[in-house]
Ligand binder design. Sequence first.
Ligand code: TYC
Length: 120
Amino acid sequence: MATKSPVIPPAPPIQQPDREEGGSVVLERRTQKAKPPQMYQVVMLNDDYTPMEFVVVVIQEFFGKDLEAATQIMLKIHLDGKGVCGVYSRDVAATKVDQVLEAAAKAGHPLKCVSEPVEF
Ligand code: TYC
């Protein structure tokens, strides 16, 4: 006696989510992208009195440079009249300026630096 195998009905087709023609989904573009924050460079100024060694130590201490990099920056300031020691957010740059001016005043040197917005 032959046994009949059960008849399995075909599975219904799987419903796909609605898509644009070509299968791509278009996301709405934002009208305006967020601007990156304005950055500030701390510029140190040359003078005739502050010892080179003091400037190198200050650049190492407050701008995280090694001896080699700090010496290069100091020499650039000495030769060109000014040089960038670092680039930071506005508040951090202002703090760096305060720290340098305080250290210089304490040591009796006229060393000056300023912070200015970075142009791009
Ligand atoms: N010109 C100074 C000198 O000959 C050295 C110096 C370098 C001073 C950089 C300030 O920001 C400065 N002793």
